[in-house]
Design a protein around this ligand. Structure first.
Ligand code: ATP
Ligand code: RIB
Length: 310
């Protein structure tokens, strides 16, 4: 843990992940046998809150759970992870969100989600928890909860002069009105392609996509490129931050770990380049283990990893 007293608020989804390791993704009409099955806690919002808290940020979470039995286990895990749960509530007669995940031999994933209680994180829920946003120094969002509630959260954060960071996942088309209020955006290749119309497949296309995101009014852009690292672009000046070389077994949650750890570093006052390396180290550690939340590293692990790589 650090001595940093800056506050992060994450608003987003909670899922129960059912993960099946398969030799290759199934074709339409095909039944395949998995080699390993794991039930793990996930959801982009939850993963990012866990990654931020484990890496040292003072983290509050705004989210909805179902009223099923597994919700209690998830809440217990969040408590052990040190997350402020004042704005996490159970929705009566709803199930907690679910993600069905195939992981292939190349450690890639293919995911289907059911929103469940996440669909109830609506505008009125955000308004009810507006103080949590106003009290924080930064707001971190993804796209697995209703879009109009995200707009409301951004409005509240910007009116209070807070930093807003958007991880635009899963990929979705977004209005320029929404995008221009974002201080930092962190799409992966697919999301950057969807937002800009540029097929992001290498550094040069990442640079082009970043310029289009700047044109839309976003000052800071980090396009994550999986094992190829990150294209970091600030105020139109771009550079490549390579990834750490590790043996990946499951990349699920790599982006979430990157975003959570990134917020920790930024709130500690690290510059964008150092924060990017810190987040990349956390994400590299995450891909060496299976599952989303089970693979998210703690601060001490990240620091040890960074020292060993120097
Ligand atoms: P997810 O699989 O969770 O959806 P994502 O597509 O949002 O991930 P990526 O761009 O795949 O995000 O990864 C985010 C960051 O994680 C990368 O920029 C990189 O730093 C790190 N990372 C991802 N895959 C690897 C890998 N195979 N080896 C090392 N680092 C990796
Ligand atoms: O980003 C990984 C997450 O996406 C998984 O935990 C799953 O719940 C899906 O939301």
């Amino acid at each position: 843990m650090t001595n940093n007293n800056k506050q992060l608020v994450v608003l987003g989804s909670i899922n129960v992940d059912h993960i099946l390791n398969v030799p290759a993704f199934p074709q339409a009409g095909q039944t395949i046998t998995g080699q390993h099955y794991q039930l793990a806690f996930g959801g982009k919002g939850a993963n990012q809150a866990v990654a931020a808290s484990r890496s040292g940020a003072n983290t509050a979470f705004i989210a909805c759970l179902g009223s099923d039995a597994i919700a209690d286990d998830i809440l217990m895990q969040f408590t052990q992870d040190g997350i402020n749960l004042q704005s996490v509530h159970k929705v009566p007669e709803q199930t907690t969100g679910v993600a069905l995940i195939f992981v292939n031999r190349e450690a890639e994933n293919c995911i289907g989600i059911y929103a469940g209680a996440n669909a109830f994180l609506d505008k009125s829920y955000v308004k009810k928890h507006a103080n949590q946003i106003r009290q924080a120094d930064a707001l971190l969002l993804q796209l697995e909860t209703p879009l109009d509630s995200l707009l409301e959260a951004v409005k509240i954060a910007k009116a209070a002069g807070k930093m807003v960071v958007l991880n635009p996942a899963p990929a979705q088309t977004l209005s320029t009105d929404f995008l221009q209020q974002i201080d930092l955006i962190t799409p992966n290749e697919t999301e950057a392609s969807q937002l800009t119309g540029i097929q992001v497949k290498d550094l040069s296309s990442a640079e082009q996509a970043a310029q289009i995101l700047h044109d839309k009014g976003i000052l800071n852009v980090m396009i994550t490129l999986g094992e190829h690292g990150v294209w970091l672009s600030q105020n139109r000046q771009g550079q490549h931050i390579p990834a750490f070389k590790v043996h990946a077994v499951d990349t699920t949650g790599a982006g979430d770990t990157f975003n959570g750890a990134l917020m920790t570093a930024l709130l500690e006052g690290q510059g964008f380049i150092d924060a990017c390396y810190f987040a990349s180290a956390a994400a590299a550690l995450a891909v060496t283990k299976a599952g989303a939340q089970p693979s998210i590293p703690w601060r001490a692990e990240i620091e040890k990893f960074l020292i060993n790589f120097k």
